[in-house]
Design a protein around this ligand. Structure first.
Ligand code: SF4
Length: 106
């Protein structure tokens, strides 16, 4: 498999692929409003890379997405382990989850 393929790498589980497909379907509904959803375009494999270092383009594109906020919420709520969601890499989501789990300072 190459980065140019539109198929998913083996590191994405069937459940993750299903969840991502559902979000993409929601995003496609928003696209009808005239604001494109970047991860539904022809370069969608940029969102599903094995290394965070290879996800910069996808992260940048997410910030123009009309469903950025619900996508971020979904990814953090469901502890999505792979791929870019809501402009966040897996490492960044893990940082945010750890920070949220820490007790607040007195
Ligand atoms: S925020 Fe990013 S990952 Fe989420 S739907 Fe938009 S482009 Fe896709």
């Amino acid at each position: 498999m190459t980065a140019q393929d539109n198929s998913r790498p083996a590191t994405i589980s069937p459940a993750q692929a299903t969840a991502h497909a559902k979000l993409i379907a929601t995003a496609q509904a928003h696209r009808e409003t005239g604001r494109p959803v970047p991860c539904t375009g022809p370069n969608r494999t940029a969102w599903i890379q094995d290394r965070d270092a290879d996800m910069g383009h996808a992260v940048d594109q997410c910030h123009a997405c009309p469903v950025l906020e619900p996508c971020t919420d979904y990814a953090l709520t469901h502890a999505e382990p792979a791929g870019v969601w809501g402009g966040l890499t897996p490492a960044r989501r893990a940082e945010l989850r750890r920070a949220a789990a820490r007790p607040a300072a007195a």
